[in-house]
Each structure stands twice: as C-alpha cells, then as structure tokens.
Design a protein around this ligand. Sequence first.
Ligand SMILES: Nc1nc2c(ncn2[C@@H]2O[C@H](COP(=O)(O)OP(=O)(O)OP(=O)(O)O)[C@@H](O)[C@H]2O)c(=O)[nH]1
Ligand SMILES: [Mg+2]
Length: 616
Amino acid sequence: MRCALIGNPSVGKSLIFNQLTGLGVEVSNYPGTTVELMSGTLCFERTALSIVDLPGIYSIDGGSAEEELVRTHLLTDPPDMLVVVLDATRMERNLYLLLQVIEYAIPTLVVLNMIDEAAAQGIVIDRQRLSSLLGLPVIETAASLGKNIGEIIPTLLSEGRTTTFSVPYAPQIQAAVRSLERFYGAERLPALQALQGIGASAELIEGARTIAAEIEARDHITPQQIIAANRHLAARQIAGEVVGSQEPDRRFSADRLLTRLMPGIPILLAVLLSMLFIVFTLGSFLEEAIVETFTLYVIDPFMALGLPPLAESLGQAALLAIVAGLGIAFPFVLIFYILLSIVEDTGYLTRAAFLADRAMHGLGLHGGAIIPMVMAFGCNVPAVMAASQMRTGRERTIAAFLITMVPCSARTVIITGIVAAFVGIWAALSIYAIVLVLILITGLLLARHIPGGQYGMILEMAPLRRPDPVLVLKKSWTRIGEFLFIAMPLLLVGSVILGALDYYGVTDAFAAMVAPISEGVLGLPSYAATALLFGILRKEMAFETLAVLAGTADLGAVMTGIQLYTFAVISVLFVPCISTIAVLWRQMGARVTIAVSAYTIMLGFLIGALIHLIAG
Ligand SMILES: Nc1nc2c(ncn2[C@@H]2O[C@H](COP(=O)(O)OP(=O)(O)OP(=O)(O)O)[C@@H](O)[C@H]2O)c(=O)[nH]1
Ligand SMILES: [Mg+2]
C-alpha cells in the first residue's frame, strides 16, 4: 500500500512525514524545503505502508519543477491513497490545491494541520461541514504538538475515499471538455489538463489548443484563466462556509512552551540534568549507606566466622553480588524509576521524546530513548530495563549497545578517583569526550548496518497533569520487582562463578596469560589485568582492586599518568558490569549480551592500545 502527502508549502507535511516514518526529512519554516520525493515506511497493524512526502505546491497545473514532479507522480505512478495536508490558517489558498488534487480520483484524507495556530488566531473551522461539502474524511492535527498524528493512518485506511464534489466549471469549459472526450476518447482529467496546455498526448493537446483558441477569440480570456477562476471561486465559497471566527485562544498553553525548540530544548536539558542530579546524589547517598551497613553487619561478621577457604571465597562472592545488586544498582534503579514514572505520568515524557526525536533518529533510535540514554549516566541497569520496552528488536539492540557505553556513576568514580585525582581534571573530562564520541560513532554505524526498517513513532500527546503519588509508587515498584527477582539471581550466579574462578587461581592464571598484552600492548603492570577483571563485578572495584594489588592508595606513585589514564579508559569502556550483563541477558537475550560484551571489550582494548601507542 502506498500513500503520499500533498499540500501547499510549509503546511507541515514533512513534520507529519517524519513522525509517521521516523525518517529525518528537512523540516523548516521556509517554503519549498522539500524539492524531491522522500519516501519512508510505516508499519501499521502488520501492514507495511510506504509514504511519500511530496514537495509543497500551490497549484498542480503549473510549470514549475515541483509542480511537474507532483503531477507526474500522480499521473504515472499514482499512490493508492492521498493525504492532503491543509494549513488551517489559510483555508482558501489550501482548498484551491485540494480542489485540483481531488480531480485525480485517488482515495483521500484531508488533514487540517496547524489547528493550534488557527485557534491562537481565533480561526475556527467547521470540520463536519467541510467533510460533508467535500465528501471526504477530515481530521484536525497540530503536527508540531504531535496532536492527532496517530489518527492519520487509521482514518486514511478506514475512511479514505474519492470525493463527491466537483468544481462547477463555466459552461464553455464543460462544453470543451465534453467535445475533447467525444473526439479523442479522452478522460475528463486529461481533457481538462489539455485545455491548460499540459498532458502527455500531443494529439489531445493539439485538439485542445484549437478549442482554446476559439474560446479565447470569443471571450477574451483563456480556458486556463477560466478554470483557475472557477477553482478560486469554489475554494472561496467552501472557505466562506466552513471558516468562522471566535475570540483568539490566548490561554496559556504549556504545550506551546514545551514542544517548541525555544524554550522547549532548554527546558528539556534542565529537566534531564536535574533528573540526573537527583539520581546521582540521592543514589550515591543511599548506595553508601547501604554498602556501609551491609559491610559492617553482614560481610565483616561473615569474614570473622573463619570458614574453610573455599566456602569463604564463594560466600564472599555471593555477598559481593548482593552488595553490587542491592547496594549499588538498587538505589539508582529505585530513584530512576520513581522519576521516570513521574515524568511519564505528568505527560512530559512524550513532549521530551517529541523534541529529541530528530536527534535520536540519527542514532537509529526514537525520541523516547532520550530518558534511558541520559539516565544511564546514573546507572546502566535501569536504563537497559527501560530500553527493553522499545518496540523493535533493532531499536532494542542499538539502545543496548549505546546505553552500556554511557559512563555510569560507578565509572565516574573511576574517572574521578584515578584520572582526576592523579592526572588532572582535563584528562578526566577528555575521557568523557572520548566515550561520548565513541557512542555517537557506534550509534551512527549501528543505525546504518543493523537490518530492519526505521519506523515512525506515533506519539499520543496525553494532556499534562499532576501525577498521582500512589500510582507512581506502584508503577515504580512493579518495575523494580523485575530487577530484584529476575536480574538479582543471575547476578548472584555470575558472581559466585567469578569467585570460584578466583579461588582456583584462574584469575591469576588469566593475569599471567594476558601479561604480554597488558604489559606489551597496553603498557600496564600485570596486576592491572586482574583489577580490570574485578571491575566486571562492580565497575569501581577496578579502582579498589588496583590499589590493593599495587599495595598503595597513592596510585600516582606506582603508575605513570599515561598508565593511569589508559587503565581508566579501558575500565570505563570495556564490558559492562555484571549487574548490567545480568539485566541485558534477561531482557535482551544472549546474543545481544554477547555482542555488546565482545564489542566493548574490543573497543576498550583498542582505544587503550591506541593511547599507549600514541602517548606511552
Ligand atoms: N504551530 C504549528 N506549526 C507547525 C505545525 N505543523 C508544522 N508546523 C511548522 O511549520 C513549518 C513548516 O513545516 P514543514 O513540515 O517543513 O512543512 P512542509 O509542508 O514540509 O513544507 P515544504 O517542504 O516547504 O513544502 C515548520 O516550522 C513546522 O514546525 C502545526 O501543526 N502547528
Ligand atoms: Mg517539506
């Protein structure tokens, strides 16, 4: 099934197209932005629908490049259905085009866009009346607010039809059309076009020219001018019947503030930053409290039991997993989910997604991914869980890769504890820059190479409202349950396995085995490899283990700045921590988890080796 968007310049076609298909077409407040055919696909109730964004035109019978393009498209390769987009603030001019388009007899839906702008200007349109005059379905939208965009495709498919209206042309035009039909066996539309000097059949045009010359000689006006005048009159009459006025809508509309680039983007940034700040500070506070209490009352007493070494090792690994899960991931998960439920229930999430949509498309994601992506700076675990709600496997995979690369708070501990403390603040910031660039590159590459279409996101803009605290807590709790009861057991198992490997000396053997790499290729002391391995358990354990193995907390005394920098970059990049791996496995499956782990290991070592090569 193929459909096309058609309308005057700057009525919002491309904006609608973007929202329907998820493709980035130039949207600008400048007429004539779209000068070629853009097509995209949309999946609606299991049928694929291709949509073409036609360039904006004022008339379909003129000679400009765009007009010819649109006309040829409709004649030679007609879409199955048409969406005619009208600017509700300029009905007469827009109806003029509509009246021409309906002569092509393609099933049509009329979209009255910019309905928000019309309301602001005090213009009201009698939608029902318009619909019955034209014999076509009509819906009202505000593309810039995402309003009713979700109605377009369902209405088009269920109600799109050809019109019952025809422009009352002057008698001499009707007579001319009839004789062209009779003598040349032409259809009505080609006959009308031939009278205006356009069309594919030279014979028909020749015949029409003779008739046109007669009309002009008699009436001192060309058929082309008569046809245009008749259409203008019809457009004016319809507009006169359906357009009314009311008090301009001067109500304060929060939506207008939130969904425009200005001040929408600054507001979005402020919201994201404050969410991040809350997740960070409250999360770290809870984390510290939980970890300290747990160490004091559980781990220390356990170690004091003096169990046999194997039991002690495995027990310790299990306890470490509980600390990692409950003490570190849990506080972030909890706070993130409460905040997420709040932005969702207020309705702000859809506005944020709407604003971020275009930027995220470049990375193969949708606007909705903005919140998980940003919150991953707090902790990757809830971000991965949030991303597993995405609709297509392609998006979930891309999101899994990108989210697990985002430097979470534990990785920030490494960056600040190792690099900012011993190398310098600019060096620390440069690690963030490296990681962000890698995330961008990864996103761009994945978006190009992961198969599967990019589908549009249809956002239903629920009204803004105050969230209900009870509902927010309930929702957060259900989501947290997933983490506690599904990811935690996996985390425990993984950790115990790592503990056993350590007990049987596998980790030391590993360090010895990779010594040529860690020393030769990365320029790191051999114990650094063991520290990196422990970083899998809890990211910042890479830092703590390194200090233990180096025998001092003053890392600057035992390793060079470059070594510390390399170590930090690798531990930030390579393999997400075991909690993240556990949720990845649970939510996205083994393949994605293995792919993400392999990719990040490779990336970490590659960048580490590069740094050593350049600076070491
Ligand atoms: N207020 C308001 N502005 C809108 C609406 N829809 C689109 N716009 C704005 O109108 C401008 C034109 O939108 P486009 O989507 O580029 O229009 P177009 O029809 O593709 O234009 P051409 O490609 O030039 O034919 C942009 O600045 C949009 O943000 C709407 O419903 N309300
Ligand atoms: Mg456009």
